[in-house]
Design a binder for this molecule. Structure first.
Ligand code: GAP
Length: 554
């Protein structure tokens, strides 16, 4: 690895550490059950985190459901009939390859182990120096970079101790060069178990008696409930194809190796849309031709490829509205070999996280796989009568599927900024940490302060302004500490505007005599301007709606 790359990675991992620390310090994200030592892969959202999460979900719901006539919503139960997971293929195929370290028992996803080159020591077994016991199980250890053969032997002795030898003496040592191996624990060099498949669904039982018959699962995706309720939604809403059903809700996956903070969790939320379209042969029959390119405005002659591109565009556009710069997004079109068993095409929208470019959302063309499977397994018709084509068919589907937790992390990473400023209060340079949130996701849209806490007239006016603004915007009141410190506290949680009630508010301007004006400080420019209280609400509303789009901060 070259020096420059090395420094880049250190800088980015430092950045991630600072982001994690801020999220903890300011009540965005806490480890779940922290007082009991936490539980790997589970996270809680604190007072500010929960507001950001709600804002993300509301922005998505508004764009996908409320601003469209062709999409309706659903809120289904997390636990469903176990046959759902048989039909969907999750029972048979929703698994990752897994290996265990034979010494520490630590579990790894086989496909996430970096291939290693080196020399491995092999042992035919070990005997006990204190008793006649012998273990004839072969074992091997890779000598890790920077380690000595004796370190590897020590790992082998640990292995034979676990096999019951009190003081193992290693037998039949030999060595061999290995290349591109994934058979050893990258942390201690110990041999791993052979790779096996591990189903990621969490099992549970329904009812008071635990038997094989009442096993079911926490849903690993929200999508299946949409397919299962397709008939009910169709019958009760009289939607006509093309149309979509959207859902936001919890999903659970027993990830082998949760990592990168909340990025890969075991409990998370998804925002999924299943958008049902005509199969291409029906488009051809009714329109005489198929448009595969598509465009801005949907048309009757669009085939699935055009719809897939349309939803990709729609979803990219939406990310700007929650503060994700287009510069930080990248499309990755899955290869044929990578596609899930149900997909005809999938494009992943990747975000530039400090730990690398990773998937934020997948937009899949799922064909008619899911409805057909549920129709076959349930024996209930899940087809659609097309009045134009005058025939029944199983609709095809385009699925944009996004993770709320991943997006929240992306929003925080993309908003995080630090700048060096001269502080007059402290008389030296200070680092200002600021979350440059888009107002649509900021937990508070504004904060109100009296200049001084010990001046009752300032406090009374500030409370009056705060109580009136609170009717319109999520708003925070703070009277504690120096005014500069209060501004910094709001910068750190991304509040777009701070409103200060000072003596000029009460006594009037020395120049114009005008009373009832306040200062409004902009989080990003730190510039202040005076605004009359009567115009304050409109001023804030305008600033929030005409928020400038920005490019990546990194
Ligand atoms: N219904 C399709 C589906 O579930 P997916 O790519 O497995 O597709 C969709 O998941 C989105 O859900 C991902 O793009 C990601 O944002 C989120 N997601 C998936 N697994 C996750 C995990 N373990 N932790 C956090 N978010 C996850």
């Amino acid at each position: 690895m070259c020096m420059e790359q090395d420094q880049h990675i250190t800088k980015e991992s430092d950045l991630m550490e600072r982001i994690v620390a801020l999220c903890k310090r300011r009540g965005l994200i806490f480890p779940s059950s922290e007082i009991y030592g936490g539980i790997n892969g589970f996270w809680d959202y604190g007072p500010l985190g929960v507001e950001i999460k709600r804002n993300i979900k509301e922005a998505w719901w508004r764009d996908i459901v409320q601003l469209r006539e062709d999409v309706v919503g659903l809120d289904a139960s997390i636990i469903m009939h176990p046959r759902v997971w048989d039909a969907s293929g999750h029972l048979a195929t929703f698994s990752d390859p897994m290996v265990d370290c034979l010494v520490t028992k630590k579990r790894f996803r086989t496909d996430q182990i970096e291939p290693l080159d080196g020399v491995a020591l092999f042992f035919t077994g070990a005997r006990d120096s204190l008793t006649p016991a012998v273990c004839n199980e072969p074992f091997s250890v890779l000598i890790l970079p920077g380690k000595k053969p004796e370190d590897a032997r020590q790992v082998a002795r640990q292995f034979y101790s676990l096999r019951g030898l009190k003081d193992p003496v290693l037998l039949g040592e030999s060595c061999c060069e290995v290349h591109g191996t994934v058979s050893y624990n990258p942390e201690n060099g110990a041999q791993l178990t052979p790779s096996r498949q591990f189903n990621l669904m969490f099992k549970t039982t329904v009812g008071p008696v635990e038997t094989e018959d009442n096993i079911t699962y926490l849903r690993p995706e929200t999508a299946q409930a949409i397919f299962v309720q397709f008939r009910n939604v169709l019958d009760t809403t009289r939607m006509k194809i093309p149309f979509g059903i959207a859902q936001i809700g919890k999903a659970f996956r027993n990830e082998i190796n949760p990592r990168n903070y909340t990025f890969r969790s075991r409990e998370f939320e998804q925002m999924e849309l299943e958008y049902f379209i005509r199969p291409d042969e029906i488009v051809l029959k009714t329109q005489g031709q198929i448009d595969e390119q598509g465009g801005e405005e949907p048309r009757c002659n669009w085939g699935w490829k055009a719809w897939h591109k349309y939803w990709l565009k729609q979803r990219r556009r939406w990310y700007t509205s929650v503060g994700i710069s287009q510069d930080d997004l990248e499309e990755y079109w899955q290869t044929k070999e990578e596609l899930a068993h149900y997909a005809k095409a999938t494009v992943d929208l990747l975000f530039r996280f400090p730990f690398g470019k990773q998937e934020l959302e997948g937009i899949a063309a799922r064909g008619d796989f899911d409805l057909t499977q549920h129709q076959n397994y349930s024996g209930k018709p899940l087809d659609y009568y097309d009045e134009v084509a005058k025939q029944r068919y199983v609709p095809h589907v385009i699925e944009p599927s996004a993770g709320v937790d991943r997006l929240l992390l992306a929003i925080v990473c993309s908003a995080y900024d630090e700048e060096e400023l001269f502080s007059e209060e402290v008389g030296k340079k200070e680092t200002r940490t600021v979350l440059r949130f888009h107002p649509s996701v900021a937990p508070y849209k504004c904060a109100v302060f009296p200049l001084l806490k010990n001046k009752p007239e300032l406090v009374a006016k500030a409370r009056e302004v705060f109580l009136s603004l609170r009717q319109f915007f999520p708003c925070y009141y703070d009277e504690n500490g120096a005014i500069g410190r209060r501004y910094r506290r709001q910068d750190e949680i991304g509040t777009p505007m701070c409103i200060t009630i000072d003596f000029e508010t009460i006594e009037g301007s020395r120049l114009s005599g005008q009373r009832d004006t306040v200062t409004v400080r902009d989080r990003d420019t730190m510039q202040q301007r005076r605004v009359s209280i009567a115009e304050l609400k409109d001023h804030i509303a305008e600033k929030l709606t005409v928020f400038p789009q920005r490019s990546s901060l990194r």
